[in-house]
Design a protein around this ligand. Sequence first.
Ligand SMILES: Nc1ncnc2c1ncn2[C@@H]1O[C@H](COP(=O)(O)OP(=O)(O)OP(=O)(O)O)[C@@H](O)[C@H]1O
Length: 379
Amino acid sequence: MGKMQGTRSHSANPSDYQLLEEIGHGATATVYKAIYLPSKDVVAVKCLDLDRCSGTNLDDVRREAQTLRLIDHPNVLRAYSSFVVDRNLWVVMPFMSKGSCLHRMKTAYPDGFEEAAIASILKETLKALDYLHRQGHIHRDVKAGNILLDNNGTVKLADFGVSACMFDSGDRQRSRNTFVGTPCWMAPEVMQPGTGYNSKADIWSFGITALELAHGHAPFSNYPPMKVLLMTIQNAPPRLDQDCDKKFSKFFKDMVAMCLVKDQTKRPTAEKLLKHSFFKHAKPPELSVKKLFAPMPPLCNPVKPLQLQEAAQQEATSQSQYQRGISAWNFDIEDLKAQASLVHDDDDIHGGKDDDRSMKASLGDKKLIQPPHDPMLVL
Ligand SMILES: Nc1ncnc2c1ncn2[C@@H]1O[C@H](COP(=O)(O)OP(=O)(O)OP(=O)(O)O)[C@@H](O)[C@H]1O
């Protein structure tokens, strides 16, 4: 068993944590509400399955865990402590009682949030990105599922650091000609090896996240990943539509268009984007974001809440299957392009499942991680 370590406030001893119910899961991790027994604090513990994180180098994870301790910003969800238990990496974080924006949309706002809430959420997220970029970091996984909310309307960007480096440490994407991630939010230059990418990739993902919050889902989210990849590279960037999105302001539309420019050098920095009029008029989150938690007005149709709940459950299941199908991939771009060229524009998107299967089969089982021998290795 490794030496105990962690922050002064939260130990790295798993028996100090009582795991309660599961509050969410992603491609490689399950998140639990938990009690930190020494202080009785409620925390969230993310348990990452190291066996399912291909390409992870524990030295990178350890290095990243050290970097993470220096991260200190009110809009970046910090990790109190992180350590390895059996074949899992445990990351102890503050518990964000209202979950992610994705969770909120799936349970109560299937068609997206109203503009005032979006402006506040995005402004807080952008402050987090501005901070991370100034520190020389790229987040690499900006999306509604990683923007967490608490009771007071506080907004925090999650999944930076230990768990992010499980996928994106160093120059892996460029040097190996492979990448891992969720393609809907991925910038075109990240999809094309050899191009090189920088913090502007987060600005593209931020623009996609803005569309996700406006519509309840990311653009192209119904398509199989390989199709998303081709559409992102070949099509004009997605936008807020002049006709269909009439309820949204010109400022909002303009801000999204600035982020979703294919030429990364023409995208604004987070610092510059914060000065955009859309954000100048954003209300404090404790006003506009808190409104999202107000009880929904009673619906005329008493069956509706149940239907909504069922739909949300189905969506959550399919979303998790979808994420499991793509987030954990480590695929070869040339392989992907070759297969994507077999999908025609007018193909029925339901054919996607078979495409996914054939893609996975062609990739084989690439487990690059060495599971630790020490059952509780402290980072
Ligand atoms: N600190 C936290 N407090 C409250 N809920 C959380 C916390 N961290 C994560 N969650 C919930 O758990 C869900 C899953 O989180 P996780 O980071 O594993 O997945 P993800 O980021 O959505 O997917 P992936 O890791 O595949 O990119 C989140 O969407 C959120 O609803």
